[in-house]
Design a protein around this ligand. Sequence first.
Ligand SMILES: Nc1ncnc2c1ncn2[C@@H]1O[C@H](COP(=O)(O)OP(=O)(O)OP(=O)(O)O)[C@@H](O)[C@H]1O
Ligand SMILES: [Mg+2]
Length: 262
Amino acid sequence: MAMLEVNNITISYGDRPTVKDFSMTLEPGKICSLVGESGSGKTTVIRAIFGLLPGGGKVTEGDILFEGESLLSYKKDQWRKLRGSDISMIFQDSGAMMNPTKRVGAAFTEYIRTHENISKAAATKKGIEMLERMRLPSGDNVMRSYPFQLSGGMRQRVGIAMGMTYQPKLLLADEPTSALDVTTQAQIVRQMMELRENYGTSIIIVTHNLGVAAYMSDHIIVMKNGVIEDQGDRDHMLYHSDNEYTHKLLDAVPSIGGVRYV
Ligand SMILES: Nc1ncnc2c1ncn2[C@@H]1O[C@H](COP(=O)(O)OP(=O)(O)OP(=O)(O)O)[C@@H](O)[C@H]1O
Ligand SMILES: [Mg+2]
């Protein structure tokens, strides 16, 4: 049994389906990328898996199974238990998800204490440990900061640290690095790879950058207009796909300092 099985789902925000007949499976410890142009439905798919489609969004056909159980029938309290502990999501811009009036430490310890019945001091200690594991220098300084006092890369790392606190089995990452400079991008990609190595985390990563996808993934799914246009394991997609659209995306991979990312 695969850890995650998405079977022929259709997702609609209104009358017309946005994503049609989408299927994927993911085994423990595997990394899959979703790539494709803006509006192709990537975010819609991972939000559906996380049970957090924005207002009006609904899975109208198919099923999503996590460890054999249908997530579509999950009630609020079942989701509360699952989110953060078994499945986590990193949003495109963690900074925008943070409450600007709250220090990072207040938000982080509150998050920890919704998952664990521990003291504030113990939660703070745990938060600092997680930040330092994400290579944030001086975690206690970060905890005392407001989000706007941190760089975009630091905020993103805070988001990843929070998402990883309970070593979820499945991490959903929506463009986790696209707002960041290339060096920071590379660091965060490496840290996500370490999660898989250290904890066996499975990851679905949404990215515009087929270079990032190629570097990280076992499997790549290319979406276009709400459907799967092409897919295959990494090497197939990079070297053997005969899909024109995949070739177009490959041609668009930026070169960095004259070196192509793929
Ligand atoms: N809350 C919503 N209500 C109505 N339509 C929506 C909503 N969110 C997304 N859509 C529509 O669904 C389609 C797919 O959007 P989605 O955000 O999943 O694409 P995406 O592949 O993640 O794009 P991007 O690369 O720009 O993030 C788009 O046409 C979008 O307009
Ligand atoms: Mg998106």
